[in-house]
Design a protein around this ligand. Structure first.
Ligand code: DGL
Length: 263
């Protein structure tokens, strides 16, 4: 069976690596819409039509058994539209892990670190109303972190103070209580988790939903019959597709390290 994973850049690889562990015999097509990176600053209407248009071609060309939107900025906006437009393809989305954070916090102070797009979404606000009304949730929209994560994973130099400036608003102290959970609500951020841990003013849980997303995909696939003749992927070959058509050398090397052949 084949899975298509979609993100604006390399962030979805944090989901891919968990999916690979759980589904080692499935094939993966990784799509990085790098021509449109970053999604975080796009106006909602334009981003929605852009993704729907792109998916028409992607699903036609690759016919995956399942598509994982490994991007919070896209998932909080277009999941319903994708399901409506492409009813034959099951979709798994990646949305801020606000429910598990609300269940686990002891202090009641939770922060959600995400792109400016994700923190603005009605979907995100609804998650808070539905699952975390008893908590104090701080939404932190970061303009820079997705780009810094891309830089970091390419082997570039990322200054501590630049990262600290982005994560500092997550740390709240109030009435003798402190934030104890930060939700990583952008798939790029787990690549910086060690840097976050080192720079954090106090220890917190950094909640990464990647494994839960992979589990959800696995459970959907487990209940699905294989589609006859689906896909153009050769036996055993995992692919990476870049909408720019032109990933730089560092990214090509990264993809090869993940066992993906650039299509
Ligand atoms: N990785 C994406 C997410 O999970 C967004 C990065 C971007 O701004 O493009 O939200």
């Amino acid at each position: 069976m084949s899975l298509l994973l979609f993100d604006s850049g390399i962030g979805g690889l944090t989901v891919l690596r968990e999916a690979r562990v759980l589904m080692p015999s499935h094939r993966f097509v990784y799509v990085a819409d790098d021509a449109a990176f970053p999604f975080g600053e796009w106006p909602q209407k334009e981003l929605r039509s852009h993704i729907l248009e792109l998916f028409a071609g992607l699903l036609e060309n690759h016919r995956p058994d399942i598509a994982i939107i490994a991007c919070n900025t896209a998932s909080t906006l277009v999941m319903d539209d994708l399901r409506k437009a492409f009813p034959d393809t099951p979709f798994v989305g990646t949305v801020p892990a606000i429910k598990p954070a609300a269940e686990r916090t002891r202090s009641g102070l939770v922060s959600v670190l995400a792109t400016p797009g994700t923190v603005k979404r009605e979907y995100t606000k609804e998650l808070i109303r539905s699952f975390a009304s008893q908590c104090h949730v701080r939404l932190v929209g970061s303009r820079e972190l997705a780009r810094l994560a891309e830089e970091h994973i390419r082997g570039g130099i990322v200054a501590d103070e630049d990262v600290l400036a982005e994560i500092a608003p997550c740390f709240v102290e109030e009435g003798g209580r402190r934030t104890d959970i930060v939700v990583l609500a952008c798939t790029h951020y787990p690549f910086l988790a060690n840097v976050f841990r080192r720079l954090a003013p106090w220890p917190v849980d950094w909640l990464d939903p990647a494994e839960a997303i992979a589990r959800r995909a696995l459970s959907l696939l487990a209940n699905m019959p294989a589609r006859p003749g689906g896909g153009d992927i050769e036996e055993g070959e995992d692919l990476a597709i870049f909408t720019s058509g032109n990933p730089d050398f560092a990214v090509q090397r990264l993809m090869n390290g993940f066992g993906l052949k650039i299509a």
